[in-house]
Design a protein around this ligand. Structure first.
Ligand code: ADP
Ligand code: ADP
Length: 233
C-alpha cells in the first residue's frame, strides 16, 4: 500500500510550435514514512515532478494516486484542497510573510482549516517549540537568522499534519553548519513517522535520505536504497 503511486506519468509543455517533454515516462511508488532525495542535473525534470507531487500541477499523461485518491485530473480548486490537507511545503527561499510574526506565519494554514484564533495560536506556539523556536514566536522574519527562518517554514509545513513534506532545496540558502542543523530537524521529523521528499543538488545533503532517486532527461535514471545514510545525531 503506497502513499504515492505514480504510473507512467508524462508532462509536456507546448510553447508555440515547440513541445518540451519535461517528464517522458516516470513511475514511482513511495510508502508512508520514507525519506527520499530527488537529484539530477538542471533541466532533468525535478521541479516538474515536484510540482506534480505537490498537486501544483497535473501530468499530461499517466496517473498519480495520492493516499488512495486519483489526483491526475482534478480542477484547480480540488487540487488546492488536496494541497491544504496532504502537503507541507518547504522552500529554498523560506517563503514567509515578511510583516508577520513567526506565530502568524505558522498559524496561517490553520485559517484555511477553519480553526479559531486561539486554537491556531496554541497549535502554532507548540509547533514553534517543537522546532526549537519557543523564544522567537513574536519575531518577524528579518529579525531571525536563515536557519531560524527555515525552522519557522518547517513548523508551518507541519502544522496541518500533512501526509507528505516536500522540501525543495531547503538548505540552498544556508551555510554548511546551518544546513546540517536543518537536516537534523528533518531527520527528527522523519523519525516521528513523517514522509519526506527532498530535492537537492548536494550529494552530502542527499546522503541524509534513506532512498535516492536520480533523474535525467525527464526519466528516472536510478532509484536505490541509501545504504550509507549520514546522520546528524
Ligand atoms: P530550477 O531548475 O532552478 O528549479 P526553474 O524550474 O525555474 O529553475 O527553471 C528550470 C528551467 O525551466 C529553466 O531553463 C527555465 O528557463 C525553464 N522554465 C521554467 N519555467 C518556464 C516557463 N514558464 N516557460 C519556459 N521555460 C521555463
Ligand atoms: P529541473 O528542476 O530538474 O531543473 P525542470 O522540471 O525545471 O527541471 O525542467 C525540465 C524541462 O522542462 C526543461 O527543459 C525546462 O526548460 C522545461 N520546463 C520546465 N518548466 C517549464 C514551463 N513552465 N514551460 C516550459 N518548459 C518548462
Amino acid at each position: 500500500e503506497s502513499l504515492i503511486d505514480i504510473k507512467d506519468i508524462g508532462r509536456k509543455y507546448v510553447i508555440g510550435t515547440e513541445v518540451i517533454h519535461a517528464l517522458k515516462s516516470v513511475s514511482l511508488s513511495i510508502k508512508k514514512g520514507e525519506f527520499v532525495a530527488l537529484m539530477g542535473p538542471s533541466g532533468s525534470g525535478k521541479s516538474t515532478l515536484m510540482n506534480i507531487l505537490g498537486c501544483l500541477d497535473t501530468p499530461t499523461k499517466g496517473e498519480y494516486i495520492l493516499n488512495g485518491t486519483n489526483v491526475s485530473h482534478m480542477s484547480e480548486n480540488q487540487l488546492a484542497d488536496v494541497r491544504n490537507k496532504e502537503i507541507g511545503f518547504v522552500f529554498q527561499t523560506f517563503n514567509l510573510l515578511p510583516r508577520s510574526t513567526s506565530l502568524d506565519n505558522v498559524a496561517l494554514p490553520l485559517i484555511y482549516a477553519g480553526l479559531k484564533k486561539k486554537d491556531r495560536e496554541n497549535r502554532a506556539q507548540a509547533a514553534l517549540e517543537s522546532v526549537g523556536l519557543g523564544t522567537r514566536v513574536m519575531h518577524k522574519p528579518n529579525e531571525l537568522s536563515g536557519g531560524q527562518r527555515q525552522r519557522v517554514a518547517v513548523a508551518r509545513a507541519l502544522i496541518n499534519n500533512p501526509s507528505i513534506i516536500l522540501a525543495d532545496e531547503p538548505t540552498g540558502n544556508l551555510d554548511t553548519k546551518t544546513s546540517v542543523e536543518i537536516m537534523g530537524l528533518l531527520e527528527e521529523i522523519h523519525s516521528k513517522g513523517n514522509t519526506i521528499i527532498l530535492v537537492t543538488h548536494e550529494e552530502d545533503i542527499a546522503q541524509h535520505a534513506h532512498r535516492i532517486v536520480r533523474m535525467r532527461d525527464g526519466l528516472i535514471e536510478n532509484d536505490y536504497v541509501n545504504t550509507d545514510i549520514k546522520s546528524v545525531s
